[in-house]
Design a protein around this ligand. Structure first.
Ligand code: HEM
Ligand code: CU
Length: 501
């Protein structure tokens, strides 16, 4: 049979699922490398004393950075999690592995289309590609092919769990890690449907078959894609948090029903929050915007608060059961801080909550949004969510996948154990520097904040220079830690010592 038993977890691992996980993880890491390189170049361009790139390359690489880091790295990794949670975690097989390979190929082809067109200078439209900025048709085709591939991959999740149920792999409900990925996959279907609704007409418009596309409509539907896709990331990240707590510490959620309910709240209420991207647009009434961002949105925020207490609590309970019961915090002191899967997860929880979450709730409130909209504050906020939060959580999870799925030990384990700390500090500096500069009015996506040659002159508060330098230094540290991550993961996958069967 094509199964083996994992010597660490006792999970039954289906060979085709194992191969799909490996290829999706490695591809994800390669695109993170590309996205990170672009991050370095644009980061040192926004650092005033370096101001490295010229404007053409700044906007081109900013487009690529957003696409490769936010979309390609994260979704390839999520597809690895799809196979992990719908097959491996259930001790069962992945059905129709060929569908997994078709999905993989489509995503790869789409990503390559977009990268080549953008490098060739035919798509300097930035990640949001707002109409009427126009890219070559190949760019939109690439985005659509990538989305179809991703949709196929998330669809695979449902096929797997239906088969697993038939095979009796689970009885009543899915384990929490799979349940979280089920929420992610449901949101993914809704999200990618929005993507199809808006990207197909945009493609037709770019090749001249449709004369006019309304920018307001584009923005509205684009954010039905753009915002919920961040909630796919949040669900997958939280699922990874629960799984790391379980695998590394044996942690169980203190109240599993509550944790499940929180995932369900995401499914119902997160799309509502898409409107925080439209708060300065005249489309909706003020009444509507206030109800949306001051009331309904908090049903989703509440869900994150539940996880934010449930996961550290599960860790505390597990560590206390190991006997660390002295005082209030012995368990915290004795936690496995040298294990990068644990430390990365813990730092991801802290960073996501305090840097990403709180600032997002503030910036997404109707009354405050107008002073933060399109400033560098927003960029600082989402580097708190998708980088310190999701990216660090996925990095942490991949340290577990090395022995479990790749059957390899980590090369350079010492370096690996400091990597999450360095990355956390570096990206936090990037995030805080951006937010501080943005709070003083510095715009995002702007090559020249000195406005040289403009008819009106404007000077920012002098402290802006300091905050942007903090961001610049953070960039160097984050990229250094990113290089360690890539070297350790790719190096271990290729040359790591094989773990005993
Ligand atoms: C080494 C780590 C990173 C650094 C130094 C970095 C730096 C930057 C900088 C300087 C910007 C430009 C903002 C502007 O000028 O408006 C930016 C934008 C952005 N970054 Fe990062 N970043 C990093 C990692 C990531 C990762 C891992 C992700 C996704 C998971 C990400 C997602 C984005 C997105 C979506 C944008 C907005 C692009 C746009 O405005 O079109 N970044 N980043
Ligand atoms: Cu949003």
């Amino acid at each position: 049979m094509e199964f083996r038993t994992c010597s660490f977890t006792g999970l039954k691992i289906h060979k085709p699922a194992e191969d799909l996980i490996k290829w999706n993880v490695i591809t994800a890491v390669l695109f993170l490398t590309l996205g990170g390189l672009m991050g370095l170049l644009i980061g040192i361009t926004r650092w005033p004393s370096v101001h490295y790139l010229d404007p053409t390359y700044y906007y081109r690489y900013l487009t690529l950075h957003g696409f490769d880091a936010l979309l390609v790295w994260i979704i390839f990794f999520e597809v690895a999690l799809v196979h992990f949670t719908s097959a491996v975690l259930l001790n069962t097989r992945t059905v129709i592995p060929s569908a997994g390979w078709i999905a993989y190929s489509l995503m790869l082809i789409g990503a390559i289309f977009v990268n080549i067109t953008t490098f060739a200078g035919k798509a300097d439209v930035l990640f949001t590609s707002y109409v009427p900025l126009k890219a070559s048709g190949v760019y939109y085709t690439g985005v659509i092919i990538f989305a179809v591939g991703a949709l196929t991959a998330f669809g695979h999740f449902f096929a797997n769990i239906i088969q697993a149920k038939r095979d009796g792999a689970y009885k009543h409900s899915l384990p929490l890690g799979s349940f979280g990925m089920a929420a992610a996959s449901i949101i993914a279907v809704v999200t990618l449907a929005h993507g199809a609704v808006i990207m197909i007409p945009t493609l037709l418009w770019s090749i001249g078959l449709i004369k006019y596309l309304d920018p307001g409509t584009y923005r509205l539907i684009f954010w039905g894609l753009g915002h919920p896709s961040q909630q796919i990331n949040v669900c997958a990240m939280v699922a990874a948090w629960y799984m790391v707590s379980a695998f590394v510490l044996g942690g169980k959620p203190v109240n599993e029903k509550l944790s499940r309910t929180a995932f369900v709240l995401y499914i119902f209420f997160i799309n509502v929050a898409s409107e925080h991207h439209l708060l300065v647009d005249p489309i909706f009434s003020n009444w509507h915007k206030i109800i949306n961002t001051s009331y309904v949105m908090h049903l989703a925020v509440f869900a994150s608060m539940v996880h934010a207490f449930a996961i550290p609590a599960s860790m505390e309970v597990a560590l206390r059961e190991k006997g660390y019961t002295n005082g209030l915090f012995e368990w915290l002191k004795k936690a496995p801080w040298g294990n990068p899967a644990f430390s990365g997860t813990f730092l991801s929880i802290i960073g996501f909550g305090f840097l990403g979450g709180t600032t997002g709730v503030i910036a997404g409130t109707e009354q405050f949004n107008i002073i933060r909209h399109n400033t560098f504050f927003i960029t600082g906020h989402f580097h708190g969510t998708v980088v310190v939060g999701t990216t660090l959580a996925f990095m942490a999870f991949s340290y577990l996948l090395m022995p479990y799925i790749f059957k390899r030990e980590l090369i350079m384990p010492r370096l690996a154990s400091v990597q999450p700390y360095l990355y956390f500090i570096g990206v936090s500096m990037v995030s805080i520097g951006m937010m501080a500069a943005g709070a003083l009015g510095v715009p995002r996506r702007h090559w020249d904040i000195t406005f040289s040659g403009a008819p009106f002159s404007f000077t920012f508060d002098p402290s802006v220079d300091m905050f942007l330098s903090i961001m610049g230094l953070g960039t160097l540290l984050a990229v250094f830690a990113g290089v360690i991550y890539v070297v350790v993961i790719i190096g271990s996958a290729l040359f790591g010592r094989r773990v005993a069967p």
